[in-house]
Design a protein around this ligand. Structure first.
Ligand code: DCP
Ligand code: CA
Ligand code: CA
Length: 362
């Protein structure tokens, strides 16, 4: 199951008057009023060639003649909608695996007894329930494995439902472009095109040996199997991590707060992104100081309430670094790290602080 034009659809739902117009959700970098890229757009905007990754300036030009709506990202809103939809999905299927903010796999082998008609009914029911409860359209693919289910869910987007029974696998795959296979990025695609491989059917004509020569053992084997619709990756419930950390080596050993702090901030930022992608909050923040002697020191602080916003984590990390340097006058740092622990699934509620520390306020 993959939600359609997800961020833009959330925006349409909070402000129905924009529905029908091209809607562009932007990640503004803040350098100039229009610098940044498109995060996603609704299908009206896509007709003009505006999609994820398009530069905002180009999007404005492409949509010049329209009444397009440009909006900043509002991640707390999308997180909250996503969380409620994922909670609906968890009730279906035998095993549930969320991938990213807007898609999930459900293993329904047992509950459907391997019957694709039952699988299709479950798919319809899931789509209907998400639409009724959250006014969000989704696309569902029902197939023998994750690879085919992903391709099937993409097949009839938006608001699609595609069933690929085992008998239909090869005919379903053959006409599709190689670039549609998950894991085939621009580079792999170009290399295949150079060998005149464009469709998945073309790909299926290559021997495992030549694929391995072109792409190495791992990717070569994956592509050989993918061309046949074979994939044995299990649907797996994501283990909830109990801590996340980031660590970096300083350009030179130092105990100067002002030269360590920017590195620490970069680490905090990367860590915050991970937390938000996993839709987790943390209870405490630690810094790790690895000294020139290679001795390892950590300092931790518990937050007043669980958080995953940049401002809170960054401020705690900075404070801890300051305290560490003050309490260890001879410590010279070689590496610095930041760690968050006491992780929990974030609640659907969006608090003001995480709202303002989110991307769109930048
Ligand atoms: N996203 C992003 N930047 C990207 C790709 C995606 O910020 N380069 C965000 C915005 C999307 C969300 O992730 O709404 C989900 O990504 P999808 O690739 O599933 O794209 P959409 O849901 O927007 O569209 P589709 O209808 O094609 O699934
Ligand atoms: Ca989507
Ligand atoms: Ca997706």
């Amino acid at each position: 199951m993959d939600l359609d034009y997800f961020y833009a659809q959330c925006e349409e739902n909070v402000n129905p008057s924009i529905r029908g117009k091209p809607v562009v959700v932007c990640v503004y970098s803040g350098r100039t009023p229009d610098s940044g890229v498109v995060s996603t757009s609704n299908y009206e905007a896509r007709r003009y060639g505006v999609k994820a990754g398009t530069i905002i300036v180009s999007a404005r030009k492409l949509l010049d003649s329209t009444d397009a709506i440009f909006l900043p990202m509002n991640r707390p809103l999308y997180d909250a909608v996503s969380e409620r939809i994922m909670a609906i999905l968890e009730d279906y299927g035998d095993i549930f695996e969320q991938v990213g903010i807007d898609e999930a796999y459900l293993d329904v082998s047992e509950s459907s007894k391997g019957n694709y008609d039952i699988g299709e009914m479950m798919g319809r029911k899931i789509k209907d329930t998400i639409l009724q409860q959250e006014q969000v359209t989704s696309s569902v693919g029902i197939a023998p494995n994750k690879l085919l289910a992903k391709l099937a869910s993409d097949h009839m987007k938006p608001n699609g439902l595609t069933v690929v029974t085992p008998e239909r696998i090869q005919s379903f795959l053959d006409n599709q472009e190689v670039g549609r296979i998950p894991g085939v990025g621009k580079k792999v695609e170009e290399k295949l095109h150079e060998s005149n491989v464009r469709s998945i059917h073309d790909l299926s004509q290559l021997s495992p040996i030549s694929l391995q020569e072109m792409f190495g053992r791992k990717l070569g084997t994956y592509l050989f199997l993918a061309a046949r619709g074979e994939n044995d990756e299990p649907v797996q419930r994501k283990e909830i991590p109990t801590q996340i950390s980031r660590i970096a080596t300083l350009k030179e050993n130092t105990r100067d707060f002002d030269s360590i702090q920017p590195i620490l901030s970069e680490l905090t930022q990367s860590l915050r992104e991970k937390l938000q992608n996993e839709q987790m909050k943390c209870k405490s923040v630690s810094i790790i100081a690895i000294l020139s002697s290679l001795a390892i020191h950590t300092r931790s602080k518990t937050l007043e309430s669980p958080a995953n916003d940049l401002r809170t984590i960054d401020e705690y990390a900075k404070q801890l670094l300051k305290e560490f340097l003050e309490s260890s006058p001879r410590a010279i740092l070689r590496r610095v790290g930041v760690k968050v622990t006491g992780l929990s699934k974030q609640s659907g509620q969006t608090d003001i602080q995480s709202f303002f520390s989110n991307d769109h306020s930048r």
